[in-house]
Design a protein around this ligand. Sequence first.
Ligand code: FES
Ligand SMILES: [Fe+2]
Length: 407
Amino acid sequence: MKSAYDTTLAEEEISIVEVDRGTPMGELLRRYWQPACTSDELGELPHKVRIMCEDLVLFRNGAGEVGCLDLHCSHRGTSLEYGRIEENGIRCCYHGWMYDTQGKCIDMPCETNAFREKMDVWQPAYPVMEFGGLVFLYMGPPEEQPLFPMFDILDTYGRDDVVLKGLKLWDDHSLGWVRDCNWLQHVENALDPWHLIVLHEMISGDQFESVLTQGGWPEIGFSETDLGMRYDLAKELPNGNMLERHSEAILPNIVLVANIHQKGAEPIWREKATEVIWCVPVDNETVYGICICAWPASENGAPVEGWKPGTDTISDIRPGQLRERSYEDKQRKPDDMEAQEGQRAVPVHASETLGQVDAGISAYRRKLRDATADVRDGRDPPNIFRDPETNRMIKTSCWNTVTAPEA
Ligand code: FES
Ligand SMILES: [Fe+2]
């Protein structure tokens, strides 16, 4: 017996799970645009968010401009989530100080203009941009702000076959409802093809109506991509066709998942992922998933009705994937939520026993550590794009390919 009374667990040299400001991973994640909410969540009322342990308020002023400010008013700290949105800014409910989208205090109704001008109050703020139906924040050092990376999936320049839609992963559709755990657990799940077969098939029944285990186990490997890591899965299907499948994790916190409904009935060449999914830390123990989906467009440019994202399972085949289930049901048919949240709120890497299954995850963790070292040493980490000329059609590496036996 190995006694569980053991106080010698080694601390990881560098934590790659903690995201507070000033931590290595917190600083790395702050070098990238991170999605905070969908554009249509910014309506008449202020929208409070918590990202990487920071509490912020987002609002859209009367002119349609979006601001992101520290949640607590610079006067005496009242939460601006209770503020009133006006034409030029957001007004604190307590004594009426008003801030514009840049955070400049532009009104203090109880004070004189002379006082306001003398004080020159600025509520701390972050740069904001909207793209593809999402609202993105840049929370890093102002002089390091990169371009928004134009991944091929999202680059609609000169194309009219898709429209971009911002979706909250666990409200609108679900890859697996996982929320109450560290962000990295959720990223790593995309580099874990074995769990598709064990958790979603052998243990809990066929949760994806999957073709992956029919007639034997697939071959699985991992490879580096331009942007991170992916798994490489090959499976001879019962119909004789060959399915080649890849999912990709893009440094530091993006995952791409190829259409999980692909049954391999017909040959198909590189059916690419249609969603770019960000796994955004709320804090060290909570994560949310949010994506931009390249939704097929009809001839009049409107999104094709009835089409479903390739990662959507909640609406039909996995109703048991809803968050509220009985404890017994969760024990009998565990899903991603039970598996990932069950790894602890914050994983203890030092107590893990990694095997060949985890080769992709190990390599990805190494890349994350190297990226934190880049930031520490004053270099740009991977996947920072600064040249508008080349920030086009950035090649992602996640797809399904089906080939006929004779091919
Ligand atoms: S606390 Fe906000 S105006 Fe006084
Ligand atoms: Fe899963």
